[in-house]
Design a binder for this molecule. Sequence first.
Ligand SMILES: [Fe+2]
Length: 316
Amino acid sequence: MPDDSQLHPLPVMHHPLAFDMIDAVLHAPQMNPGAYNHFALAPMSGALGAEITGIDLGDLSDAAMAEIERALTNHLVLAFRGQDLAPADQIAFARRLGPVEPWPYAKPMDGFPELTELISGPVDINNFGGSWHTDSSTFDQPPAYTTLYCVSCPPVGGDTSWANQYLAWETLSPEMREALRGMRLLHSVARSFGDHSRSKGSADVTTTPVSVPPEHEDLENLHPVARTHPVTGRTALYVNAGFSSNFEGRSETESRPLMAALMAHGATPEFTCRLRWQPGTLVVWDNRCTVHYAHNDYRGQPRVMRRAVVTGERPF
Ligand SMILES: [Fe+2]
Protein backbone atom coordinates (compact mmCIF):
# COMPACT_ATOMS: atom_id res chain seq x y z
CA MET A 1 0.00 0.00 0.00
CA PRO A 2 1.54 3.36 -1.00
CA ASP A 3 2.23 5.93 1.66
CA ASP A 4 -0.73 8.30 1.72
CA SER A 5 1.50 11.38 1.65
CA GLN A 6 2.65 10.34 -1.84
CA LEU A 7 -0.90 10.30 -3.09
CA HIS A 8 -1.81 13.82 -2.08
CA PRO A 9 1.25 15.95 -2.71
CA LEU A 10 -0.81 19.15 -2.78
CA PRO A 11 -3.35 20.47 -0.27
CA VAL A 12 -6.67 18.65 -0.55
CA MET A 13 -9.46 20.84 -1.87
CA HIS A 14 -13.10 19.87 -1.52
CA HIS A 15 -15.84 21.70 -3.35
CA PRO A 16 -18.69 22.26 -0.92
CA LEU A 17 -21.47 21.61 -3.42
CA ALA A 18 -20.15 18.77 -5.54
CA PHE A 19 -19.76 15.07 -4.92
CA ASP A 20 -16.84 13.13 -6.28
CA MET A 21 -14.45 16.02 -6.68
CA ILE A 22 -10.94 14.66 -6.98
CA ASP A 23 -8.13 15.94 -4.82
CA ALA A 24 -5.67 18.24 -6.54
CA VAL A 25 -3.18 16.22 -8.55
CA LEU A 26 0.22 16.79 -10.07
CA HIS A 27 2.49 14.49 -12.02
CA ALA A 28 5.80 15.84 -10.70
CA PRO A 29 7.90 15.69 -13.92
CA GLN A 30 5.45 18.06 -15.62
CA MET A 31 6.53 20.90 -13.34
CA ASN A 32 10.19 19.88 -13.13
CA PRO A 33 11.04 18.34 -16.48
CA GLY A 34 14.78 18.22 -15.90
CA ALA A 35 17.55 18.91 -18.39
CA TYR A 36 17.98 17.41 -21.85
CA ASN A 37 20.95 18.00 -24.13
CA HIS A 38 19.54 16.71 -27.41
CA PHE A 39 16.18 18.52 -27.69
CA ALA A 40 13.90 21.13 -26.15
CA LEU A 41 10.99 19.79 -24.10
CA ALA A 42 7.79 21.62 -23.13
CA PRO A 43 5.26 19.87 -20.86
CA MET A 44 1.68 19.82 -22.22
CA SER A 45 -0.32 19.80 -18.99
CA GLY A 46 0.10 19.18 -15.28
CA ALA A 47 -0.80 15.53 -15.78
CA LEU A 48 1.30 14.17 -18.66
CA GLY A 49 2.66 14.82 -22.13
CA ALA A 50 5.53 16.86 -23.56
CA GLU A 51 6.15 18.53 -26.91
CA ILE A 52 9.67 18.10 -28.24
CA THR A 53 11.49 20.20 -30.80
CA GLY A 54 15.03 20.47 -32.09
CA ILE A 55 15.68 16.82 -32.91
CA ASP A 56 15.44 14.68 -36.06
CA LEU A 57 13.97 11.23 -35.35
CA GLY A 58 15.43 10.00 -38.62
CA ASP A 59 18.97 10.54 -37.34
CA LEU A 60 19.30 9.63 -33.66
CA SER A 61 22.48 8.89 -31.74
CA ASP A 62 22.35 6.37 -28.91
CA ALA A 63 22.76 9.23 -26.44
CA ALA A 64 19.79 11.08 -27.93
CA MET A 65 17.71 7.89 -27.84
CA ALA A 66 18.56 7.39 -24.18
CA GLU A 67 17.29 10.89 -23.45
CA ILE A 68 14.08 10.18 -25.37
CA GLU A 69 13.50 7.05 -23.31
CA ARG A 70 14.05 9.01 -20.11
CA ALA A 71 11.60 11.69 -21.26
CA LEU A 72 9.06 9.03 -22.22
CA THR A 73 9.31 7.39 -18.81
CA ASN A 74 8.79 10.77 -17.15
CA HIS A 75 6.07 12.28 -19.36
CA LEU A 76 4.31 9.16 -20.79
CA VAL A 77 3.45 10.89 -24.10
CA LEU A 78 5.98 12.66 -26.35
CA ALA A 79 5.00 14.74 -29.38
CA PHE A 80 7.87 15.41 -31.78
CA ARG A 81 7.12 18.36 -34.02
CA GLY A 82 8.48 19.06 -37.49
CA GLN A 83 9.52 15.53 -38.46
CA ASP A 84 9.91 14.38 -42.06
CA LEU A 85 9.65 10.62 -41.75
CA ALA A 86 9.43 8.07 -44.54
CA PRO A 87 7.62 4.85 -43.57
CA ALA A 88 10.93 3.08 -43.00
CA ASP A 89 12.11 5.89 -40.71
CA GLN A 90 9.09 5.50 -38.45
CA ILE A 91 9.56 1.73 -38.24
CA ALA A 92 13.25 2.20 -37.49
CA PHE A 93 12.45 4.66 -34.70
CA ALA A 94 9.83 2.32 -33.21
CA ARG A 95 12.36 -0.53 -33.28
CA ARG A 96 14.69 1.47 -31.05
CA LEU A 97 12.01 1.02 -28.35
CA GLY A 98 11.43 -2.72 -28.81
CA PRO A 99 10.07 -5.37 -31.17
CA VAL A 100 7.72 -4.01 -33.86
CA GLU A 101 5.08 -6.37 -35.19
CA PRO A 102 2.24 -6.04 -37.71
CA TRP A 103 -1.22 -5.19 -36.37
CA PRO A 104 -3.47 -8.03 -37.54
CA TYR A 105 -6.80 -6.16 -37.87
CA ALA A 106 -6.16 -3.92 -40.87
CA LYS A 107 -4.36 -4.24 -44.16
CA PRO A 108 -0.84 -2.86 -43.70
CA MET A 109 0.73 -0.21 -45.88
CA ASP A 110 2.06 -1.63 -49.14
CA GLY A 111 5.62 -2.81 -48.60
CA PHE A 112 5.58 -2.04 -44.85
CA PRO A 113 3.82 -4.79 -42.88
CA GLU A 114 4.60 -3.06 -39.57
CA LEU A 115 2.72 0.11 -40.54
CA THR A 116 -1.04 0.66 -40.46
CA GLU A 117 -2.33 3.68 -42.33
CA LEU A 118 -5.32 5.23 -40.56
CA ILE A 119 -7.20 7.13 -43.21
CA SER A 120 -10.31 9.22 -42.75
CA GLY A 121 -12.15 10.25 -45.89
CA PRO A 122 -15.03 12.50 -46.89
CA VAL A 123 -17.84 10.01 -46.17
CA ASP A 124 -16.65 8.80 -42.78
CA ILE A 125 -18.75 9.07 -39.67
CA ASN A 126 -16.82 6.74 -37.40
CA ASN A 127 -13.22 7.45 -36.60
CA PHE A 128 -10.41 5.21 -35.46
CA GLY A 129 -9.89 5.14 -31.71
CA GLY A 130 -12.88 7.33 -30.84
CA SER A 131 -13.30 6.11 -27.27
CA TRP A 132 -11.04 6.06 -24.23
CA HIS A 133 -8.83 3.02 -24.58
CA THR A 134 -5.34 1.57 -24.39
CA ASP A 135 -4.16 -0.20 -27.51
CA SER A 136 -4.79 -3.91 -28.10
CA SER A 137 -5.23 -4.97 -24.46
CA THR A 138 -6.76 -8.20 -25.77
CA PHE A 139 -3.25 -9.39 -26.64
CA ASP A 140 -1.22 -11.63 -24.37
CA GLN A 141 1.51 -8.99 -24.67
CA PRO A 142 -0.18 -5.69 -25.58
CA PRO A 143 1.86 -2.92 -27.19
CA ALA A 144 4.08 -1.14 -24.68
CA TYR A 145 4.31 1.85 -27.01
CA THR A 146 2.40 3.20 -29.96
CA THR A 147 3.97 5.54 -32.51
CA LEU A 148 1.59 7.64 -34.58
CA TYR A 149 2.76 9.94 -37.36
CA CYS A 150 0.60 12.61 -38.98
CA VAL A 151 0.95 12.72 -42.76
CA SER A 152 -1.96 15.12 -43.26
CA CYS A 153 -4.74 16.49 -41.11
CA PRO A 154 -7.46 19.11 -41.22
CA PRO A 155 -6.49 22.61 -40.04
CA VAL A 156 -8.69 22.15 -37.00
CA GLY A 157 -10.29 19.09 -35.38
CA GLY A 158 -9.03 15.54 -34.90
CA ASP A 159 -7.04 16.17 -31.72
CA THR A 160 -5.98 13.27 -29.54
CA SER A 161 -6.21 13.28 -25.74
CA TRP A 162 -4.35 11.04 -23.29
CA ALA A 163 -4.97 10.40 -19.60
CA ASN A 164 -2.40 9.48 -16.95
CA GLN A 165 -3.43 6.18 -15.35
CA TYR A 166 -0.86 6.44 -12.55
CA LEU A 167 -2.88 9.42 -11.35
CA ALA A 168 -6.09 7.48 -11.93
CA TRP A 169 -4.86 4.69 -9.66
CA GLU A 170 -3.41 6.94 -6.99
CA THR A 171 -6.57 9.03 -6.63
CA LEU A 172 -8.80 6.03 -5.93
CA SER A 173 -9.64 5.60 -2.27
CA PRO A 174 -7.36 3.29 -0.29
CA GLU A 175 -10.32 0.94 0.17
CA MET A 176 -10.98 0.76 -3.57
CA ARG A 177 -7.31 0.18 -4.35
CA GLU A 178 -7.24 -2.61 -1.82
CA ALA A 179 -10.33 -4.19 -3.37
CA LEU A 180 -8.90 -3.96 -6.89
CA ARG A 181 -5.49 -5.43 -6.08
CA GLY A 182 -5.52 -9.01 -7.27
CA MET A 183 -8.59 -8.51 -9.47
CA ARG A 184 -8.27 -9.24 -13.17
CA LEU A 185 -10.31 -8.12 -16.16
CA LEU A 186 -11.05 -10.18 -19.22
CA HIS A 187 -10.12 -8.27 -22.41
CA SER A 188 -11.78 -9.84 -25.43
CA VAL A 189 -11.67 -9.31 -29.18
CA ALA A 190 -15.36 -10.24 -29.41
CA ARG A 191 -16.10 -7.29 -27.15
CA SER A 192 -13.79 -4.84 -28.92
CA PHE A 193 -14.78 -5.64 -32.48
CA GLY A 194 -18.19 -7.21 -31.87
CA ASP A 195 -21.39 -5.22 -32.29
CA HIS A 196 -19.78 -2.07 -33.52
CA SER A 197 -17.28 -3.59 -35.89
CA ARG A 198 -16.40 -1.24 -38.69
CA SER A 199 -15.76 -4.26 -40.85
CA LYS A 200 -19.47 -4.89 -41.28
CA GLY A 201 -19.50 -2.17 -43.85
CA SER A 202 -21.77 0.61 -45.08
CA ALA A 203 -21.20 3.80 -46.98
CA ASP A 204 -20.51 5.52 -43.68
CA VAL A 205 -17.57 3.51 -42.38
CA THR A 206 -14.01 4.63 -42.07
CA THR A 207 -11.85 4.11 -45.11
CA THR A 208 -9.48 2.05 -42.97
CA PRO A 209 -11.47 -1.19 -42.75
CA VAL A 210 -10.92 -3.24 -39.62
CA SER A 211 -11.55 -6.96 -39.71
CA VAL A 212 -10.74 -9.81 -37.37
CA PRO A 213 -8.93 -12.79 -38.88
CA PRO A 214 -10.50 -16.15 -37.90
CA GLU A 215 -7.62 -17.10 -35.62
CA HIS A 216 -8.23 -13.95 -33.57
CA GLU A 217 -12.01 -14.21 -33.20
CA ASP A 218 -11.82 -15.94 -29.82
CA LEU A 219 -8.78 -14.07 -28.55
CA GLU A 220 -9.11 -12.95 -24.94
CA ASN A 221 -6.74 -12.41 -22.06
CA LEU A 222 -7.05 -11.77 -18.33
CA HIS A 223 -4.96 -8.81 -17.19
CA PRO A 224 -4.58 -7.21 -13.77
CA VAL A 225 -6.61 -4.07 -13.01
CA ALA A 226 -3.68 -2.74 -11.00
CA ARG A 227 -0.83 -2.90 -13.49
CA THR A 228 2.80 -2.52 -12.47
CA HIS A 229 4.97 -0.50 -14.83
CA PRO A 230 8.16 -2.49 -15.47
CA VAL A 231 10.40 0.59 -15.61
CA THR A 232 9.02 2.85 -12.89
CA GLY A 233 7.58 0.16 -10.61
CA ARG A 234 4.50 2.35 -10.16
CA THR A 235 0.95 1.05 -10.31
CA ALA A 236 -1.40 2.23 -13.07
CA LEU A 237 -5.12 1.59 -13.50
CA TYR A 238 -5.52 -0.80 -16.46
CA VAL A 239 -9.13 -0.82 -17.65
CA ASN A 240 -10.17 -0.55 -21.29
CA ALA A 241 -13.71 0.58 -22.06
CA GLY A 242 -14.16 -1.02 -25.43
CA PHE A 243 -12.16 -4.17 -24.74
CA SER A 244 -12.81 -5.12 -21.11
CA SER A 245 -15.59 -7.66 -20.87
CA ASN A 246 -15.89 -8.63 -17.21
CA PHE A 247 -13.94 -9.10 -14.00
CA GLU A 248 -12.63 -12.59 -13.45
CA GLY A 249 -15.30 -14.65 -11.70
CA ARG A 250 -18.03 -12.06 -12.23
CA SER A 251 -20.67 -11.76 -14.94
CA GLU A 252 -20.72 -8.91 -17.45
CA THR A 253 -23.81 -7.49 -15.73
CA GLU A 254 -22.08 -7.57 -12.36
CA SER A 255 -18.91 -6.07 -13.81
CA ARG A 256 -20.35 -3.25 -15.88
CA PRO A 257 -21.05 -0.63 -13.16
CA LEU A 258 -17.58 -0.84 -11.61
CA MET A 259 -15.85 -0.95 -15.01
CA ALA A 260 -17.81 2.14 -16.10
CA ALA A 261 -16.98 3.97 -12.88
CA LEU A 262 -13.28 3.17 -13.21
CA MET A 263 -13.18 4.22 -16.88
CA ALA A 264 -14.96 7.48 -16.10
CA HIS A 265 -12.53 8.11 -13.26
CA GLY A 266 -9.56 7.31 -15.52
CA ALA A 267 -10.69 9.98 -17.97
CA THR A 268 -10.99 12.75 -15.37
CA PRO A 269 -10.01 16.01 -17.14
CA GLU A 270 -7.26 16.75 -14.59
CA PHE A 271 -5.50 13.55 -15.66
CA THR A 272 -5.38 14.51 -19.35
CA CYS A 273 -3.44 16.36 -21.99
CA ARG A 274 -4.62 17.17 -25.50
CA LEU A 275 -2.61 17.44 -28.71
CA ARG A 276 -3.35 19.39 -31.86
CA TRP A 277 -1.78 17.51 -34.73
CA GLN A 278 0.22 19.04 -37.55
CA PRO A 279 1.62 17.27 -40.59
CA GLY A 280 5.04 16.03 -39.48
CA THR A 281 4.11 15.43 -35.83
CA LEU A 282 5.11 12.03 -34.50
CA VAL A 283 3.72 11.00 -31.12
CA VAL A 284 4.90 8.07 -29.06
CA TRP A 285 3.01 7.05 -25.94
CA ASP A 286 3.19 4.39 -23.25
CA ASN A 287 0.09 2.19 -23.32
CA ARG A 288 0.89 0.69 -19.92
CA CYS A 289 0.13 3.83 -17.95
CA THR A 290 -2.10 5.91 -20.25
CA VAL A 291 -5.40 5.74 -22.10
CA HIS A 292 -6.16 7.82 -25.17
CA TYR A 293 -9.09 9.20 -27.12
CA ALA A 294 -9.28 10.28 -30.78
CA HIS A 295 -11.58 13.29 -31.08
CA ASN A 296 -14.10 12.78 -33.89
CA ASP A 297 -14.78 16.42 -34.77
CA TYR A 298 -13.57 16.74 -38.36
CA ARG A 299 -16.31 15.12 -40.37
CA GLY A 300 -15.76 15.24 -44.10
CA GLN A 301 -12.12 16.31 -43.73
CA PRO A 302 -9.35 14.06 -45.03
CA ARG A 303 -6.78 12.87 -42.52
CA VAL A 304 -3.92 10.38 -42.92
CA MET A 305 -1.95 8.91 -40.03
CA ARG A 306 0.56 6.07 -39.86
CA ARG A 307 0.87 3.81 -36.86
CA ALA A 308 3.52 1.32 -35.71
CA VAL A 309 3.27 -0.42 -32.34
CA VAL A 310 6.02 -1.78 -30.10
CA THR A 311 5.28 -5.09 -28.37
CA GLY A 312 5.39 -5.04 -24.59
CA GLU A 313 5.53 -7.55 -21.77
CA ARG A 314 2.60 -9.51 -20.42
CA PRO A 315 0.91 -7.16 -17.91
CA PHE A 316 1.64 -7.96 -14.26
FE1 LIG B 1 -5.57 3.65 -29.99
